[in-house]
Every structure is written in C-alpha cells, then in structure tokens.
Design a protein around this ligand. Structure first.
Ligand SMILES: NC(=O)c1ccc[n+]([C@@H]2O[C@H](COP(=O)([O-])OP(=O)(O)OC[C@H]3O[C@@H](n4cnc5c(N)ncnc54)[C@H](O)[C@@H]3O)[C@@H](O)[C@H]2O)c1
Length: 319
C-alpha cells in the first residue's frame, strides 16, 4: 500500500483516479478547491463513493492557499509517496481575456508551488496531467511527443508552461516527474462544458445540438478509465517521461454524433454555429511512447464509452 496525493480529486478525471487508487488498496489524500467553473454539487457527487472509504481524506482548498496556510501543503506532500497533479482550470474557450489570471494561477503558479514542495520534501513520483492542447493547430499527424509545441489557446500555453516546469524539476533537482498529454477525455462525470456531455443533455431535452464549425474536425477521443490506467502506470515510467494518452478512436465530430445517436437510440439534430477561438482543427496521437514507457493500451472504443456516458447521465447526471 502506498499513499498518494491527488490534486483536483473532485473533478471529472481526479475522482475516477481517486477511486481506482482506493480500489487498488492505496491511501489517498484528495485536494480540491471546488472552483466554480461548474457547479459544486456535481463535484461533491463525484466523490461520494471515495468518501465512503476510510483510506480517503478530503482536504478542501486551493494549492496556492494551502501553501500559504502554515505550510499545510508541505505537510500533505511530506505524508505521501506519490503526487498526481490533476488540479487545473480546464477549458480552452474560457481562457482568453480577464479569466486568464485564473488559468495562470491554477495551472502555472500552483504547479510550480507543488513541484517546489515535492523537491523540498521528496516524493517517489510526480505525475502531471498535461494536454493535447500543448501541440496547437498542427497539420503533422500523428502527433508525436518530439514534435514542436505551439499552443493555439491561452489554456494550452499554461499547460505547456507547467509541463516545462516538470521537466526542469526533473533535470535540475531529480524530482521524478511524468507528464501525460491527455487527448479529449470522455465518460461518466465528464465536465458539463465538454462536447459529449453538452450533446447528450441537449438531445435528452429534445433540442438541436450546437456544433462549432462544419463538424468535420477530428478528435482522438479517450475513455476516462484508459486515462486512469495510464496515470497509475506512470509512476513506474522513467523520470522526465512525456507521453500522449489517447484512445485510438480518432473520428470526426459528425461521425461521433452518429455513434452517439446509436448509443441514445434517438436521432440527433445538429445546429452548426461559428468556430470558437482557441479550438484546433484536428487531433490524432501517436501512443508509441505510452505503450513503451507505461505499457499503455487503450481498451474502450467510442461506442462502448459513449454508451457508458449516456447511461451515467440518464441515471445520475443532470440533464
Ligand atoms: N478532460 C479532458 O479532456 C482533459 C484533456 C486534457 C487535459 N486535461 C487535464 O486533466 C486535468 C483534470 O481535468 P478535468 O477534465 O477532470 O477537469 P475538472 O475541472 O473536472 O477537474 C479539475 C479539478 O481541479 C480543481 N482545482 C482547480 N484549480 C485548483 C487549485 N488551484 N487547487 C486545488 N484544486 C483545484 C477544480 O475544482 C476541479 O474539481 C486538468 O489538469 C486538465 O487540464 C483534461
């Protein structure tokens, strides 16, 4: 049994990771600031099962706030073997303008503070949730980790900056980091601002779904349990590993909506609306590095994964 700190534990991916670590017999300290980017009650619902375990401890607070508060953060990091750093302000489209400060605080400054703390007290592993958004609007496919990164959104800039910080703390201080670039994650508990969640909820209300642009943009969709598999394997990867975690289900948005119609058992009407600043045209990952360094092998295809998300929204989510 080991002890892990999971930042962003009440979020979409962090709550699944926490449950998986608990199921594997580990102790989990979960940190979350319950940011109001989406409703708190949804995050509270995400951690209902984890809270039932006596090996789960929830610490409510922001990373920066915890670091200022009598070095509470230091005590937390000092008490664990591994840090899984998933806390961040997500969302590409909201990252312009005045809200960029939230992104720089929660994604860049918070990561630097956490790395500095990990360096001071020593941890066996530090796994960082990076993003496909670090690549930008590339036309070279599949996207490989050694390709140049030129983010297309302020959000992507912050995720890349934090990834660089991880690399620096490995090179200079030997902090054992791994940065995993997630490609469009979906499944139960998906954030309410993300496409499939919006589509399913609109379709359940009998409304047309809003698709940005022509719908022919492609995404490499990744089911959340595959992401969790990659996260738990990452602590054994060589220090400084940077790896894509993708699902191997690259399809256009229009094709994905057809699969969603099958999963929902109903036709879905599409309304095309304007492209959004910051959105990239296509994503498609090479997962060679993840296969080699993490033994990563995504298992859940789009039809199965969408059926699971639909089922969750129908039974537990809020439409
Ligand atoms: N969902 C995706 O498709 C996707 C893709 C690429 C990368 N990621 C990354 O994965 C991670 C998790 O994303 P998610 O979709 O689960 O988002 P989420 O918003 O559901 O979860 C993030 C959680 O972090 C918390 N948080 C934010 N700032 C914090 C801070 N400073 N201190 C403590 N807690 C804080 C939030 O309250 C939230 O509960 C993020 O780092 C995100 O950038 C997600």
């Amino acid at each position: 049994m080991s002890r892990a700190l999971v930042t962003g534990c009440a979020g979409f991916i962090g709550s699944h990771l926490s449950e998986r670590l608990l199921a594997d017999g580990h102790e989990v300290i979960g940190v979350d600031s319950f940011e109001d980017y989406y409703p708190r009650d949804q995050k509270e619902a995400n951690i209902v099962d984890a809270l039932e375990s006596d090996r789960f401890t929830l610490v409510e607070g922001g990373i920066l706030q915890l670091s200022e508060n009598d070095s509470q953060l230091r005590g937390l990091v000092d008490s664990v073997d591994y840090v899984y750093h998933l806390a961040a302000q997500p969302g590409v489209r909201a990252s312009w303008g005045e809200t960029f400060r939230v992104y720089s605080d929660n994604n860049v400054l918070a990561t630097q503070v956490l790395l500095e703390t990990a360096r001071e007290v020593g941890v066996e592993g530090f796994v960082y949730a990076s993003s496909s958004s670090v690549y930008g609007d590339t036309t070279v496919f599949p996207m490989r980790e050694d390709a140049p990164c030129a983010p297309h959104s302020p959000y992507g800039v912050t995720k890349l900056a934090a990834e660089h910080l991880c690399r620096l703390y490995t090179r200079n201080f030997g902090v054992h980091t791994a940065s995993l670039r997630f490609f469009t994650v979906y499944g139960p508990r998906q954030r309410p601002d993300m496409a499939f969640r919006r589509f399913i909820e609109s379709a359940m209300r009998g409304e047309a779904i809003k698709v940005f642009g022509d719908g022919l943009q492609t995404r490499d969709f990744t089911f959340v349990s595959d992401i969790v598999d990659g996260l738990v394997a990452a602590t054994a990867a060589p220090a400084g590993t940077v790896a894509n975690l993708a699902g191997g289900s690259r399809v256009s948005l229009v094709e994905a909506i057809r699969t969603l119609e099958d999963a929902m058992g109903q036709p879905i009407e599409i309304e095309h609306v304007g492209l959004q600043a910051g959105d990239v045209r296509d994503t498609w990952a090479s997962i060679d590095v993840a296969q080699e360094a993490l033994g990563y092998n995504p298992k859940v295809g789009l039809a199965e994964g969408l059926a699971a998300e639909v089922d969750w929204i129908r039974t537990r989510g809020q439409a």
